[in-house]
Design a protein around this ligand. Sequence first.
Ligand code: FES
Length: 110
Amino acid sequence: MADMAKHSITVEGFGTYEVESGTKLVRALEQNGVDVSHRCGGQARCTTCRVEFQSEEPPMGEAERQSLDEDGVLGQFRLSCQIRVDRDMEVKVLMRASDQGWEPGAEVEE
Ligand code: FES
């Protein structure tokens, strides 16, 4: 079954993890101990869940595009709360909660 598929995500400075296909990237990161920020809880508003892709970028949905465009940062980074793991990915987390001195943020629903 396709929904049992796994993909690997490689996170710069952390490691490589097996993730169930379809998992939100922000949750996949957190589940593997990466303290990615997600201040708005995955609503495409705070842009703190930002990641940079070192592998080919997945397609962008409308909510993500709009949010990045409004902030004038389209093309600079991606929002990990708006991306589902549908392929192997290599990313760098740009706003770790521990670096920012804040709590990661509201829980992101699957
Ligand atoms: S934009 Fe806020 S958690 Fe992704």
